[in-house]
Design a protein around this ligand. Structure first.
Ligand SMILES: *[C@@H]1O[C@H](CO)[C@@H](O)[C@H](O)[C@H]1NC(C)=O
Ligand SMILES: *[C@@H]1O[C@H](CO)[C@@H](O)[C@H](O)[C@H]1NC(C)=O
Ligand SMILES: *[C@@H]1O[C@H](CO)[C@@H](O)[C@H](O)[C@H]1NC(C)=O
Ligand SMILES: *[C@@H]1O[C@H](CO)[C@@H](O)[C@H](O)[C@H]1NC(C)=O
Ligand SMILES: *[C@@H]1O[C@H](CO)[C@@H](O)[C@H](O)[C@H]1NC(C)=O
Ligand SMILES: *[C@@H]1O[C@H](CO)[C@@H](O)[C@H](O)[C@H]1NC(C)=O
Ligand SMILES: *[C@@H]1O[C@H](CO)[C@@H](O)[C@H](O)[C@H]1NC(C)=O
Length: 416
């Protein structure tokens, strides 16, 4: 199956725009006491060929835990879309999405990464690590492209291993509590690496995983095309991902590449898992359900910018998407005793790293619970934590952080 460059580019652009709309809010919200954490390059990574798309060294940002959290570790995969063909990966290799050379060397830690007890009561004193994303396949590929003039490293899986090996002697190897987390493509990475993470840690440690906005659905678009499936199919074969997918899953499916979709891998994950996602995830809405290839006349443009502008038939399609997501999660909801769930109905994408959505006076709630509370309750087994919101537009706590694909093109080049 082929997906054109247009789709690949669209995926990258979409992501850049989502980030564009998030960045100013994050800065504004915590402007007084922002926690800014410097980058650590993984110097030993080159020894095992763990390199970013362009051959630069991979990196993470670590803020040390303290007090009662000194031996606990939270690892957060950065997100940032994917690249599924040579042209889009070459382009990406020259941006902050494919090279640590172009990345900001300092990152703001907020939301689940905050060190402030009143903003992040359950994890503030843990060791908190942000794993920078520079491979383009959710830290899961292992291949190389070299035709003599162009060179690309698809080494996500090795980057994952290199970072873990760098952190183990820094205390991760003696962790008592640990949480592997991530947002978007990073949320998908936490599905893919969850059980492997647990294997690195002491047997008596409490290890759990969280995916934020990473539950990408195997859903047809409005023109009935499998846009996302063919995108992932290209990605998995280009970047050599298949051999790193869950073996139980790949051996059970006719098309093993499908195990890149969390819905097929989920039942084989044995480590306790929490799924945080919006039922109207903006990225999925704009790129899985209504990619521009399926809406060439732009009938959805206004609806994409503002759910209040959607027609009744468009809303019906969106409700159908939500129903499909809930149906896909039904087994997990009913039978996963140690699992947690927070599926709200806000038009958003990534809600754990933003202070406004994680925990604030007016942050989103389901059944009067904030995301921070729901995740904390689940992690510490304080109570069952499986929250499913009522359908749009009933939830008045949403921020609907939408205006994603409406920004002028001009900004895109700065971000991608
Ligand atoms: C923690 O956050 C609260 C609420 O925003 C703020 O009042 C307080 O100053 C912060 N504490 C520190 C040490 O930054
Ligand atoms: C190598 O691949 C790039 C990108 O696809 C292409 O532009 C270039 O012409 C190729 N070089 C050779 C020698 O085939
Ligand atoms: C880097 O590699 C060297 C040699 O293999 C090893 O002695 C050293 O402990 C490694 N350092 C880290 C931080 O992993
Ligand atoms: C796990 O076992 C080690 C060694 O016996 C011990 O030092 C550590 O405190 C234990 N951790 C937990 C979380 O019980
Ligand atoms: C995965 O496969 C292994 C070996 O076939 C089996 O022992 C294990 O129970 C399976 N795990 C799950 C979650 O199905
Ligand atoms: C559906 O997918 C096929 C094959 O990838 C493509 O040729 C066709 O243009 C697509 N149609 C739409 C409406 O996206
Ligand atoms: C919602 O939670 C807040 C704080 O936890 C509490 O003060 C309030 O009474 C709760 N409201 C309802 C309707 O349960």
């Amino acid at each position: 199956m082929r997906t054109g460059k247009a789709t690949a580019t669209a995926m990258a652009i979409a992501l850049a725009v989502v980030l564009l709309c998030i960045a100013p809010r994050r800065v504004r919200s915590a402007s007084d006491n922002r926690l800014i954490v410097g980058m650590t390059l993984v110097r030993n990574a080159s020894a095992i060929g763990a390199l970013c798309l362009d051959g630069s060294l991979p990196a993470y940002h670590l803020h040390r835990g303290f007090g009662a959290g000194e031996h606990n570790w939270l690892l957060q995969f950065e997100g940032g879309g994917w690249c599924n063909d040579i042209p889009s990966c070459l382009e990406r290799a020259n941006t902050r999405r494919g090279s640590t050379r172009y990345m900001t060397k300092y990152e703001v830690f907020s939301g689940i990464l905050s060190n402030n007890a009143s903003l992040n009561p359950d994890f503030y004193n843990w060791n908190r690590v942000k794993l920078r994303y520079c491979d383009g396949a959710s830290f899961a590929g292992d291949a190389k492209f070299d035709n003599g003039t162009s060179l690309l490293y698809f080494r996500g899986q090795r980057i994952w291993r290199a970072i873990i090996h760098d952190l183990l002697p820094k205390g991760l190897g003696r962790a008592q509590k640990a949480l592997l987390s991530g947002c978007s493509a990073g949320g998908l990475a936490s599905f893919l690496h969850c059980d492997n993470f647990a294997e690195y840690l002491p047997r008596n440690a409490s290890v759990k995983c969280l995916s934020d906005a990473g539950f990408f659905l195997d859903e047809r678009d409005i023109s009935l095309n499998h846009t996302m499936r063919s995108f992932y199919d290209d990605l998995v074969s280009l970047q050599g991902v298949e051999k790193n997918l869950d073996k139980n899953c790949t051996s059970s499916l006719v098309y093993p590449a499908m195990c890149f979709f969390p819905q097929y891998t989920l039942k084989y994950i044995t480590t306790p898992f929490f799924i945080l996602n919006s039922a109207y995830d903006v990225y999925q809405f704009h790129h899985i359900l209504v990619p521009s290839s399926a809406d060439v006349h732009g009938h959805w443009n206004r609806c994409k910018l503002d759910p209040a502008a959607c027609t009744d038939s468009q809303l019906e399609i969106l409700q159908g998407f939500r129903n499909d997501m809930l149906a896909t999660l039904r087994m997990f909801y009913q039978y996963s005793g140690r699992g947690g769930l927070f599926i709200n109905s806000c038009f958003a994408h990534c809600q754990s790293e933003l202070q406004e959505t994680w925990l604030a006076v007016d942050s989103p709630k389901v059944n009067n619970k904030t995301i921070s509370e729901a995740v904390g309750d689940w992690y510490y087994s304080r109570r069952v934590s499986k929250e499913i919101d009522c359908p749009y537009p009933c939830d008045k706590t949403c921020h609907n952080l939408i205006p994603v694909s409406g920004l002028p093109q001009v900004h895109l080049t700065e971000e991608i």
